[in-house]
Design a binder for this molecule. Structure first.
Ligand SMILES: [Zn+2]
Length: 260
């Protein structure tokens, strides 16, 4: 799951050419839609699907507004969510601050959720067994909360997340060994979403990139014309990169590894 760097109240953000400050509260909460999308990208914070332009329910409440009405308008309670994650089982009713079986569930803006799950061929996703037990427990709580592993007959008819992951995997895999240019691959990834799938398919390069983030210079990777750019764009909320790519690259990968 793509970890995200979420703005805090008081931070400035540029929306449609205007600079705004993130507010503590948005009342009605749907007013938070634009800053959320600008901050986190038009992708579900949980399953990473690319939300359609006409979607109008992107403002996701981390703890359900029915049970915690005091948090209905609070920026800190918002992420971006798709219908499948939000209405798929427990998410709309269970609380990660009140229900013991979900307390402390990993969240993409608080934990390094890239490490929480593993993505596999066929569109499968599972909790990362390599995590320490305590961390694995909290990864599993998020996994169960949004039913991230729903697949085939275990998914509801309206839940196409597994099919979309499978398509993204197949597409990424086809381009792994091609000489496709970076912009083509990035455009495809932006269109499909599923950052973790693309990241996993290109994991060989990610290992090399991790090497750099430890502060060990690796000119092979720095000069790589293809993969670092992809990783940067993925991590940067799929938004265009405004800074020199190598600089962003080092900052963001460092964040990926250390933000846990
Ligand atoms: Zn989703």
């Amino acid at each position: 799951m793509r970890p995200v760097s979420k703005f805090k109240p008081g931070d400035t953000i540029e929306i449609e050419g205007c600079t705004e400050q993130i507010k503590e509260e948005y009342d009605p909460y749907r007013d938070a839609r634009k800053p959320l999308i600008e901050n986190l990208g038009r992708y579900c914070s949980y399953c990473e699907t690319n939300l359609p332009l006409y979607a109008h329910n992107e403002v996701e409440h981390i703890v359900p507004k029915k049970r915690h009405p005091e948090s209905e308008t609070k920026w800190e309670n918002f992420l971006v969510g798709c219908n499948a994650c939000n209405n798929n089982g427990a998410k709309a009713e269970k609380s990660i601050i009140a229900d013991p079986e979900y307390i402390g569930a990993h969240l993409p803006h608080l934990n390094n959720t890239f490490l929480s799950f593993k993505y596999e061929e066929g569109g499968f996703v599972k909790v990362n067994d390599d995590l320490p037990e305590e961390s694995k427990k909290h990864a599993k709580r998020l996994f169960n909360l949004v039913k991230l592993g729903a697949y085939g007959s275990t998914a509801t008819p309206a839940d196409n997340r597994w099919k979309n992951r499978m398509e993204a995997w197949n597409l990424a895999n086809r381009h792994l060994n091609k000489t496709s240019d970076v912009d083509t691959i990035v455009d495809l990834a932006k269109g499909y979403g599923y950052w973790s799938v693309w990241f996993t398919v290109f994991k060989t390069c990610f290992n090399r990139i991790s090497y750099i983030s430890c502060g060990i210079s690796c000119t092979v990777c720095v000069n790589c014309k293809q993969f670092p750019s992809i990783i940067i764009v993925f991590y940067f909320n799929f938004n265009p990169i405004r800074q020199p790519r190598t600089e962003v690259f080092n900052q963001q990968i460092f964040f990926t590894l250390c933000h846990n």
